[in-house]
Design a protein around this ligand. Structure first.
Ligand code: CP
Length: 312
């Protein structure tokens, strides 16, 4: 297989296992490229990409921008907080104005779930979802699975537990889809108040005891409590949350095997993970960030090859 089955990357739900393997194989190539002394290739020299961020981001935004520049694309950046969105402009008007400047691809982060799917029905450009509310964050899940593959050789057959605020997490949902498509077994662990009601219908098991979850898994992906998405309290106090679901060195060392620890960032040190775990050799958090550039180069490259150039 040499091309993706989709024109947009709106979510892991919409792509196939073959798509994921193609992205990984392409990322292997780009990872080698970005470790050379000359890190740039001309692959997207005629492509213009708009990065539209309607919500805050550090890793995803910088990673996409770097990936685009490494591929020699022309890049424009848009931040909702400093734009005419503040004056009441709609999403479609904002995007159509940007596209009229001959933009080929849109990378969009938006607080509303389904924003990318909605946009894909109204515009011609190729869209990559860089996180839509509590729905999906496909490139994060791809870089997470790619990092597991890099460390453990394969994702198939591995046991992965996702720990924390599953209810508000787009990373959790995209990871569940990606890991299952690649043949991993997935559990989720956290307070029941932070579990979506029908999470087991996705084929994952719920574990409320962190020690049991860690004893079971090969990989623990620790998620942040997303206070910015909460309008009520879901647990009595941060201290109690940390006591029950925070990962510390004593817990890690007490397991009878060595597991891999992941975190999508941003980390709340001392809440879901202690610094000595986050900075330990078992944590692959910065590998995830580094792999994000190669994964995003692969996604951009593969989607760009499907663009029908409009010469009018
Ligand atoms: N992991 C992630 O999406 O981080 P940012 O919000 O900083 O992009």
């Amino acid at each position: 297989m040499s091309e993706l089955s989709v024109k947009h990357l709106l979510g892991i739900k919409y792509i196939t296992e073959d798509d994921i393997h193609l992205i990984f194989e392409t990322a292997d190539h780009f990872k080698e490229v970005i470790n050379r002394s000359i890190k740039k290739v001309p692959s997207l020299r005629d492509i213009t990409i708009a990065n539209l961020f309607f919500e805050n981001s550090t890793r995803t935004r910088l990673s996409f921008e770097l990936a685009e520049k490494r591929l020699s694309a022309d890049v424009i950046n848009f931040s909702a907080s400093s734009s005419s969105v503040k004056k009441g402009e709609t999403l479609i008007d904002t995007v159509n104005n940007i596209l009229s400047m001959k933009v080929d691809m849109v990378v969009m982060r938006h607080p509303n779930p389904g924003a990318g799917v909605f946009l894909s029905k109204h515009i011609k450009a190729s869209i990559i979802n860089a996180g839509d509310g509590a729905h999906e964050h496909p490139t994060q899940a791809l870089l997470d699975s790619y990092s597991i593959r890099e460390r453990l050789g394969d994702v198939a057959g591995k046991k992965v537990v996702i720990v924390g605020d599953i209810l508000h997490s787009r990373v959790a949902l995209s990871n569940i889809f990606a890991l299952q498509k690649l043949g991993a077994e997935v559990k989720v662990c956290g307070p029941l108040t932070l579990m979506p009601k029908h999470i087991e219908s996705l084929g994952v098991k719920v574990e409320t005891n962190l020690r049991k979850a860690l004893q079971w898994c090969d990989v623990a992906n620790m998620l942040r409590v997303q206070n910015e998405r909460m309008d009520i309290s879901y647990f009595p106090s941060t201290r109690e949350y940390t006591q029950q679901f925070g990962l510390n060195k004593a817990m890690l060392n007490s397991l009878d095997k060595e597991i891999i620890v992941m975190h999508p960032g941003p980390i709340n040190r001392g809440v879901e993970i202690t610094s000595d775990v986050a900075d330990s050799a078992q944590a692959i958090i910065l590998d995830q960030v580094q792999n994000g550039v190669a994964i995003r180069m692969a996604v951009l490259y593969l989607l760009a090859s499907k663009i029908e150039k409009n010469e009018d």
